[in-house]
Structures are given as C-alpha cells and as structure tokens.
Design a protein. Structure first.
Length: 385
C-alpha cells in the first residue's frame, strides 16, 4: 500500500476498543450513526469491531462496511485462522477492507497468556499475516503488549510480519506502561533496526493507565509513527485509549514541531461528536477533560477572567470555535471579579457605572458565596432587587 509520508493517519477505534468497555455497548444503527460522523470528521480508518466475538459484532461490521464508503473499514482478529476467516467474511462489502491481526509480543504474554515460546509466537504471527493476506491487501499487525516487549525480539517480529505482507505495524502499549521517552525510543529503534520498515506504516496504540496515552502517541509521531489509534473522548479499556481530539489539537497547536505533517480531521465537529458518543455510550465526559470537557473553555477565577477579557489569548491557546463551541465561558462564582460581573451584566443589557458596579459586586459576592455559580436568572434577580 502506498502511503503519504506527510499524512498522519487517524485510526479510530471508538467502535471496537471503546465499545468493549462495560456499559458502552451500541446497537448496529447507533454504530452506523457514529461511523458516519467519524467519516465526516475525517478519520482515515474506522475499526468497526471484532467479528468473531459475537454474531452482533459480526453483523455490525457487515452493516458498517455497506454504510461507510470513503474510509478504510477494519476488523480485529486474534492470530487464529478462524478469526481471520470470519473477519474477511464480515468485511466482504467493504470498499476498502483492512484486517487487523496480531498476537502478544512481551515475554509476559508469551509465557503466561500463550504458554509458548518466542519462536512459536513468531511463526504464528507470520502465519496469521499470510492467511489474512490471502483475503485482503491491507493488513495491520499488532504486537500486543509491545510496550513491555524485548526490543530486539519486537524488531524481529515486526520485520517478519512486514516480509509476510503487513502494511501497517501496530506497536501497542497495551497496559499503558511506557513513559513518553521510552515509547518514542521504541519507535525510533524500530525505524533504525527493522530493515524493511519503510514498506509499512508504524502505528501507535496507547492506553491511558498512567494518564500518558496522548503524550506517548505524540512521542511516537515525533519518532516516525504515521498512524495514531485513538477514540472519541479517550474511551476504552480500563483508563481508556488515546483521545482523538487531543492528538488532533496538539498537531494543530504545535504544527511547527511537525513540519509538513497533517491529518484530515475537521476539529469543528469535536463538540457534537463528543456529546453524541458520550450520550449513546452512557459514558459522561469528565468536566476537566481537555478539548471536549464542559470546563475546557470555561474561565472561573477572577484573575483569569480579567486577563481573558483584556485579551483572550492571555488564557486561551485554542479558540472554542475551532472545536465547535460558540464561545468561551466566563463562569460567575465567588472567585470572580468585577470585570467578569460587568461583562455578564452588559451581555444582559445592564449598563452600570463604577460606583454602581462596586455596590452590586458586594451583593453579588454574598449570593455567590451561598451558591456554587450564578446564572442569568440570578443576575436579573440581583439587578431587580
Ligand atoms: O491494546 C491493545 O493491545 C489492543 C490490540 C488488540 C490492538 O487493543
Ligand atoms: Zn487497545
């Protein structure tokens, strides 16, 4: 597969790694609705499911393959012949099908999950890729728990699966174990030591157990990865996966650090898709979540509000409009200052001079101490009192 070295491929796994979270299960129509939104968002690959896991998941992959035309549709398998047969069947209507197969690469997995040896696992990895290749051209291989795998062995595995036909090599930090410098160095090592690495795209797939999933994915990109696997709102196993919106905005805010590199993501759709995924999956977004949390663009302390109202870039590195929000929030609490209060009064049509504002502010503080935050009705009542 020819790939563009200046393109950062965004691989969305909301419907697979995200959907496997307890309570987040979706119906096929819901998955189709989200997949269409992901297509509009500009993702390059949608991981639609793990077809062998259940008849429902199989059917979802079939239906998504029919409904979504302009994105690669990917199905997950273990390195089992039957998994691959079932995935290929589920993908039969996909215009651009991809099979994502793989096996554990760390000694921990080799010994305690597979009760096997490095040699045998290598053979199974190569056999799985060859079998998948008999069905489709686009094969992604995942070396599960690569974050804790022996580097030389990982490089040997990656080289062997590329030789067998893998077009993308996924280096998952399955347990969210790595630090950014370690994960970045792993990617750099593979770039340097795997002789056929230029024949494949390196993919980062990071989990958030230490809160480092996004940082690790970015470190991977800085070291040559050209695909990032992520989910909307960062949902996924345990502490979640890399958050799609964070990766896209880091790329935008720090564009000079990624010369020439771009993705197709339309960040203006983030707020809508985040809210839809959250409500369909019954998974609330934490208010302080970067980019899409309720407070991500809300200024609440007096010092910040005053600085923001003087010049928004004092406290704003991303424009709310860029992620689909109408405006930044100036929240009125007991920590707010006169400047914020005046701003809201003017917004509601009240013009007050300096002395009036000082008097109103004293009353405002009494109410604000009693309430957590004030809304427009509170301000109107205050002005009428
Ligand atoms: O975290 C992981 O290793 C995975 C693989 C199945 C890609 O999700
Ligand atoms: Zn995962």
């Amino acid at each position: 597969m020819l790939h563009d070295p200046n393109h950062l491929y965004i691989f969305d796994t909301t419907l697979r790694d995200g959907e496997q979270v307890p309570g987040c299960q979706l119906t096929t129509p819901e998955k189709i609705e989200i997949a269409k939104d992901l297509e509009s968002l500009g993702v390059d690959i949608i991981e639609a499911g793990f077809p062998v896991s259940s008849p429902g998941d199989f059917q979802s992959v079939v239906e998504l393959s029919k409904a979504v035309e302009n994105v690669i549709i990917c199905a997950l398998t273990r390195a089992h012949k039957n998994d691959i047969d079932v995935a290929a069947d589920a993908l039969k209507f996909a215009k651009r099908p991809r099979i994502h197969t793989g096996i554990g690469a760390s000694d921990m997995h080799i010994k305690y999950k597979f009760n096997s040896t490095r040699e045998e696992i290598l053979e199974r990895a190569v056999a799985a890729v060859k079998h998948a290749k008999s069905y489709v051209e686009d094969i992604e291989f995942y070396a599960e728990d690569a974050g804790r795998a022996d580097l030389a062995y990982l490089a040997q595995m990656v080289e062997a699966v590329i030789a067998a036909g893998a077009t993308v090599v996924n280096i998952p930090d399955t347990n969210g174990y790595c630090m950014p410098d370690q994960y970045g160095a792993k990617i750099a090592y593979l770039k340097e030591h795997v002789r056929n690495i230029d024949q494949a795209i390196i993919s980062a797939h990071c989990h958030n157990d230490l809160g480092l999933a996004t940082a690790n994915s970015i470190a991977a990109v800085q070291n040559g990865a050209r695909q990032v696997e992520c989910t909307i709102n960062g949902i996924g196993e345990r502490a979640g996966n890399t958050s799609l919106e964070e990766v896209a905005m880091i790329l935008k805010v720090h564009q000079q650090q990624f010369p020439g590199l771009s993705s197709n993501i339309n960040s203006k759709l983030f707020t809508t898709i985040s809210q839809k995924v959250s409500s369909m999956m019954r998974m609330p977004v934490q208010p302080n979540k970067a980019i899409v949390g309720k407070n991500a663009f809300a200024h609440s302390s007096g010092i910040h509000q005053d600085g923001f109202l003087k010049h928004r870039e004092n406290y704003e590195i991303i424009r709310p409009e860029d992620v689909g929000l109408d405006e930044a929030g100036i929240i009125l609490t007991a920590r707010s200052g006169r400047h914020a209060l005046k701003h809201h009064l003017e917004r509601l049509g009240y013009q007050v001079d300096k002395d009036e504002l000082a008097a109103i502010y004293e009353k405002f503080l009494v109410i604000a101490d009693a309430k957590k935050d004030l809304c427009d009705e509170d301000l109107n009542a205050l002005m009428q009192s």
